[in-house]
Each structure stands twice: as C-alpha cells, then as structure tokens.
Write a protein that binds this ligand. Structure first.
Ligand SMILES: C[S@@+](CC[C@H](N)C(=O)[O-])C[C@H]1O[C@@H](n2cnc3c(N)ncnc32)[C@H](O)[C@@H]1O
Length: 137
C-alpha cells in the first residue's frame, strides 16, 4: 500500500475535526467506545481504564498524549487519575476541540494543549513520566 504524504494526512484530519459533531455520531461513539469522549479511533473506555492502571497514573504524574485528536484519551486519563497531561496533535481544529473539552471538564489547571507532530515534539528530554498514543501510527 502506498503511504500517504504528511500534507494529505493533515488535510484529511483537518476536514474531519472541522466537521461538527452530530447526535448520530455521538450515538455511534457511545455504542463503540462506551461513552461520548470525543474519540476518533478505536480505544474503548475499558482500555483507557486499563491505561490508568498500567501507567500508574496519579496526581503529579506527567502524561503526554501524542495524536490525541479532540483529547482522547489524554483528557480522560487526567480526569480519572488526577495526573497532569499535555495533549498534542497536528490539525488546529483538533486542538481547539480538545481545549473546549478541557474547559468544559474544568481540566485547564493541569491539562495543556499543543500543536505538535510526534516527530518534532517541542519538549525537553524527561519532561514526562508516561506517554500514550492511541490509533496514531
Ligand atoms: C485515528 S486518530 C486518533 C485520535 C485519538 N488518539 C483517538 O484515539 O481518538 C489519529 C490521530 O493521529 C494524528 N496524527 C497523525 N500523524 C501524526 C503525527 N506524525 N504526529 C502527531 N499526530 C499525528 C492525526 O492528526 C489524528 O488526530
């Protein structure tokens, strides 16, 4: 299979994240994921719960989520565990949506958003204790 160029990926995901959410989309997400969490992949609520345990997330842990789309699962993991999180993705509409979700869930004190590609992360070495990337290859 021919791989897609980065600008094609950016365009595809920018269009996707720019489209509004609908009740039908949220119903699909509830059925497939187990909750309406702004997901754009296949990671279920149960799998996210598993991540809280295996990554030993707790207050004070610094988590990085790469390719988080609208903030899934990074914002959820922060809400569930009390950890700090930095949520990153490339398309601006994804980060705008993640920021709205963080504000709505009152997470802005310990969750931060950044436009960043996984291959060029703007963070110093050892800035994080745990890293997740779900359905972002
Ligand atoms: C299938 S979505 C998954 C989004 C979210 N993690 C979830 O599970 O709902 C894949 C995401 O990876 C992002 N992505 C693709 N290539 C990336 C890269 N090189 N660096 C950072 N993010 C990337 C896309 O913009 C997209 O938001």
């Amino acid at each position: 299979m021919k791989s897609k160029r980065p600008d094609e990926i950016r365009k595809r995901f920018t269009e996707l994240y720019s489209a509004g959410r609908t009740p039908a989309l949220e119903a699909v997400e509830r059925e497939a994921i187990g909750a309406v969490v702004g997901a754009n992949g296949y990671t279920t609520l149960a799998q996210a719960e598993h991540l809280v345990k295996v990554l030993h997330l707790e207050p004070g842990t610094r988590l990085l989520d790469i390719g988080a789309g609208r903030g899934w699962p990074g914002l959820y993991l922060a809400e569930r565990s009390g950890c700090r999180a930095v949520v990153t993705d490339i398309p601006r509409p994804a980060i705008v949506a993640a920021n709205s979700r963080a504000e709505a869930r009152e997470l802005t004190g310990r969750c931060h958003l950044a436009l960043a590609a996984g291959a060029a992360l703007p963070f110093r070495d050892a800035s994080f204790d745990a890293v997740v990337h779900t359905d972002a290859l």
